[in-house]
Structures are given as C-alpha cells and as structure tokens.
Design a binder for this molecule. Structure first.
Ligand SMILES: N[C@@H](CC=O)C(=O)O
Length: 308
C-alpha cells in the first residue's frame, strides 16, 4: 500500500469505489474482496476507496481496524487505498485512534448531516487531523455543504487533502458552488465524485483532476481509458468509451446505485459480495435478471477491450 501521495495522484488513476464483500455471517470475505481488488489492479486501477459503495458509513467501529488491515493486506504495494471516516464527529475520533497507528495517508470523510455548524465542522476536522495525522478527502454531495473559504483554510492547514464533488446539476447548468471551491483550493484538488458519465463535463468543462466511480469495478480498463481520453480533451472518444457502461448506470440510477453495484459485482461472477450491510437491503428479486444481464455485458465488454 502506498503511504505517501500528492494531489497529482488524484489525476493518476480512476478512484474505484467498490462494494465490500462479506460472508453470509457478515464477516469480511478475504477471497472475494481480494478477487475484486486484483481485477481492478489488473485493469490499471491503482486507487481504491472503501466509501459509499462499501457502505462505510455503517461499518461498526468494533471491526474497523480489522477490516482495514485485511484490505491493506490485499492490495499491491503501489496501490493507494483510502478508508472512510465519519459521518459523525464522535465516530471520526474513534476512527482517528485506529488510523493513528496505521499508514493511510488520506481518508474520505463521508458527508456529515445536521445538527452541525460550519465552525463546528471545521473544528471536528482539525481535531481528527491532530489526533491521527491523516488528511481528509471531503465528500460534498449537497450545495453549500462547506463554505469555500473554510475549505481553503483547511487545505492551507494540511487538514484537508481535497474534495470529492458530487452535487447533481442539470446538464449544462452553471455551478457557482463548484466555481467557488475551485477558486479556493484549485481544480487539481477536486475530483468528480459520482461515476463516469458526469466526469465528462466535470473534467472537460471545469478542469477537475479525476473522478471516482463504481462501474470501474467491473470495467477498470475501460474506465481508465475514459480518464485517459478526458485528460487529452477527447470528448468524442470518452463518450464512445462510455457506451458499454451506460446500461448498468441506468439501472443504478433507476433502482439504487449502491445496491445495484453490490449485486452487479456478484452477478457478473467477479466476486461474491454476500449480504449488503444494514440498513441497506438487496435489490428487488424482479430486477435481478436485468442487473445480471447488464453486469455480464459490461464484463464481456471489458474483456474484449483488454483483448483488443
Ligand atoms: N457514486 C459513484 C462514485 C463513487 O463514489 C459511483 O458509484 O459510480
């Protein structure tokens, strides 16, 4: 596992956000998580975040250290592995105590929810960093979640490494909040945070550094080629490469992105993800065939792409 990173690493690879595989009894499945990690690494993905798609918000603190140690043992030496912390300030401090003895350079802060104030959030993030020395990638899903000037100060202090930005906007709409964040911390510290399709305008029109995605877990080589096309400004090539991903993305958007990805990885045959963490639940039985078809088609496209 990599133990040092710079903002340039946000642009170096797609940040994959995999589901977490567990046995039927809820324990960590080393073989299945390892299989998925090896598929990602073989497809050129060297940045792996256990965040929203792993339902990291709901990991018990009692297993946090064990699960992170198991994940660390599964990745290659040059893979950047990011754990998550939060969403509440108390849980963050329990997690800081675990991270203080480990070598993760950056952790994702999953979105906090009220009651909170912006001053209080800033203090919570500073206390976390003081306790463990791990910088934060702040996950922003709602407009105005954290003021740009506060983020700018936290980056200057070393508390915040960057931002995973996933505020939905209508296609082509102005995004003054993102503009303010870019002005405060620089586009090189901000990645697009909700999959391959929105990454196209985020990277080409707003200059964001890279993107996170879930479908990359099934199609890492295709997703990596999309990042490469976006870095050269080739919108037509990125759009062409997106095509095999879209059927599964449509199902994710229509049902639930996390639950569909969890099922899709299993139904593709890549890794038995097992029971999804509470308080989520499996996809409806009458949608499994659609998800299986889309997942298997995407994996077939990935294999054809690698073979070409
Ligand atoms: N939510 C996005 C990216 C992950 O955070 C996805 O799953 O595609």
């Amino acid at each position: 596992m990599r133990t040092t990173v710079t903002p340039a690493d946000l642009a170096a690879a797609v940040m994959a956000v995999p589901p977490l595989a567990r046995h039927a009894d809820g324990t960590f499945n080393d073989a299945a998580n390892g299989a998925l990690i090896r598929h990602l690494e073989a497809g050129g993905v060297s940045t792996i975040l256990y965040g929203g798609n792993a339902l990291a918000h709901h990991w018990p603190v009692s297993v946090y250290a064990d699960w992170l140690d198991r994940l660390e043992a599964l990745v290659e030496a040059d893979t950047w592995l990011l754990p998550s912390v939060g969403p509440d300030a108390g849980k963050m401090m329990d997690q800081a105590a675990v991270l203080a003895d480990r070598d993760f350079p950056v952790a994702l802060l999953v979105p906090m929810s009220p009651p909170l104030t912006h001053d209080g959030m800033g203090d919570a993030l500073r206390a976390f960093y003081d306790a463990c020395g791990v910088q934060l990638l702040v996950y922003i899903k709602t407009d105005g979640y954290m003021p740009a000037d506060l983020l700018g100060a936290l980056v200057a202090e070393g508390v915040v490494f960057g931002v995973k930005y996933a505020v939905p906007r209508a296609e082509g709409a102005a995004d003054p909040y993102l503009d303010a964040l870019i002005a405060a911390i620089g586009a090189e510290r901000i990645i697009s945070g909700f999959g391959e399709p929105p990454a196209v305008p985020h990277l080409l029109d707003q200059g964001l550094a890279g993107f996170t995605a879930g479908c990359v877990c099934i199609a890492p080589a295709i997703s990596t080629a999309i990042l490469a096309a976006l870095k050269t400004g080739d919108r037509a090539e990125a759009t062409r490469l997106l095509e095999p991903i879209l059927p599964l993305e449509v199902l994710r958007n229509g049902i639930n992105e996390i639950r569909v990805l969890h099922a899709a990885v299993a139904l593709s045959g890549l890794a038995q993800t097992g029971p999804i963490l509470r308080p989520s639940s499996d996809i409806p039985d009458d949608r499994r065939a659609d998800v299986a078809e889309a997942a298997r088609a995407l994996l077939a496209a990935e294999r054809a792409f690698r073979a070409a």
